[in-house]
Design a protein around this ligand. Structure first.
Ligand SMILES: Cc1ncc(COP(=O)(O)O)c(C=O)c1O
Length: 393
């Protein structure tokens, strides 16, 4: 009989270090306020940047799609056929991102697994920022290409690694970066990366999971933010954050998308998302195409909250986006701080290793367009009193 105590011991160790992840059970939909264990708490955790997760228009679109198409896709799209609604979402995403085409996948995580091993093999080089998201790291692990990890946002180091890859005879070079780094909220130096890619004839892939719905015109993302349309080869997107639903995609040139439809294993060997998910995603993109109001509210809220936290004396890192890392460094402290916030009506999870490096524990506050000024003031008041009690401000 397998000795399961090896798992219990590791769990105990995580608890001792403040690294045990407590999973809260929600008794209400995602929104500014949640009900957890019968208690109403302000939600500062979710990536539901624009409040779409429980939005009427999206819900109606999902219900209508179920009535029209049923609940399941039958099998993978290459075998059972594809609903026209999947195709429509891909065309709409491509239009929104101002690229030629897109391929819809089951999640942002899966999108990285799909594209990286499909376009690289043992003759190639992958150049990856050291703080890239776990889904990129795992996608890279699925490829036989040689890996070159460059220092976070460090263009000089990237150039050295490109030279090294060339001197080691790489056939194809793929530079990969998060657009917005999800735990710190800082931006990839995309203009510099693109220039280097052009100089060294490399491909650029950016994971825009936290840029969409946040950066650029009406939330078109980091490429739009930097005006780099046509100069970034591959954009990865997720529909689970600002778009409020579920799913992921790869956007770029027609040839790339065609190729992925023949080669990407999650597309070939796993069924697509349901009609309901797909229709809700489509509605979210349409709302963003109609108006930038939600994106503007998101920034108004984020700028207010971040400025007040800074004034209070909190260390909130170098975020350039609504992601607000409240740096506490010590994992145990962060865990206790989060618990205290919860007791005071605020749901804001602590984040520790391995999601962030050792010694960089934090509370990651996620601001949403759906928060009101009263919500933010409530949170600020609690951060003020609890921060004082813990002696961190
Ligand atoms: C940069 C990045 N890529 C991909 C993902 C995964 O997205 P999804 O939840 O759609 O799988 C995340 C989510 O945490 C992310 O931050």
């Amino acid at each position: 009989m397998f000795d399961y105590s090896v798992f219990s011991k590791e769990i105990q160790q995580a608890q001792d270090k403040g690294l045990y992840v407590r999973i809260r059970t929600l008794e209400s939909p995602q929104g500014s306020w949640l009900v957890i264990s019968g208690k109403r708490v302000l939600n500062l955790c979710s990536n539901n940047y624009l409040g779409f997760a429980n939005e009427e228009r999206l819900k109606k679109a999902a219900i209508k799609a179920i009535e029209e198409w049923g609940v399941g896709p039958g099998a993978v799209r290459t075998i059972a056929g594809t609903f026209s609604i999947h195709n429509e979402l891909e065309k709409t995403l491509a239009r929104f991102k101002k690229v030629e085409d897109a391929i819809f996948l089951q999640s942002g995580f899966v999108a990285n697994q799909a594209v990286i091993p499909a376009i690289t093999d043992a003759q190639d080089a992958i150049l990856s920022d050291e703080l890239n998201h776990a889904s990129i790291i795992d996608g890279v692990r699925l490829s036989k290409a040689k890996r070159y990890v460059w220092k976070h946002r460090n263009i000089e180091d990237l150039e050295q690694k490109l030279q090294q890859a060339d001197s080691e005879g790489a056939r194809r070079k793929l530079i990969i970066t998060d657009g917005v780094f999800s735990m710190d909220g800082d931006l990839a130096p995309l203009p510099g990366i693109v220039e280097l890619a052009e100089k060294y004839d490399a491909m650029v892939m950016v994971d825009d999971a936290h840029g969409e719905g946040v950066l650029g015109d009406s939330g078109r993302g980091i490429v739009d933010h930097f005006g780099l349309h046509g100069r970034v080869d591959i954009e990865i997107g997720t529909l689970s954050k600002a778009f409020g639903v579920l799913g992921g995609y790869v956007a770029g040139k027609t040839e790339l998308v065609e190729y992925l439809k023949q080669k990407a294993r999650p597309f070939l060997f796993s069924s697509p998302l349901s009609p309901a998910d797909t229709a809700a995603c489509l509605e979210a993109v349409k709302i963003l195409e109609e108006s930038s109001e939600r994106v503007e509210n998101l920034w108004k809220n984020a700028n207010y909250f971040k400025a007040e936290m800074k004034n209070m004396g909190y260390d909130i890192g170098n975020s350039e986006t609504p992601i607000t890392p409240v740096m506490l460094y010590d994992a145990k402290l962060a865990s206790e701080f989060s618990q205290k916030l919860f007791e005071n009506g605020i749901f804001a999870q602590s984040i520790g290793y391995p999601t962030v490096p050792q010694g960089k524990a934090r509370i990651r506050v996620m601001i949403s367009a759906a928060h009101t000024r009263e919500d933010l003031d409530f949170a600020l008041e609690k951060f003020r009193s609890i921060g004082k009690d813990f002696g961190v401000i």
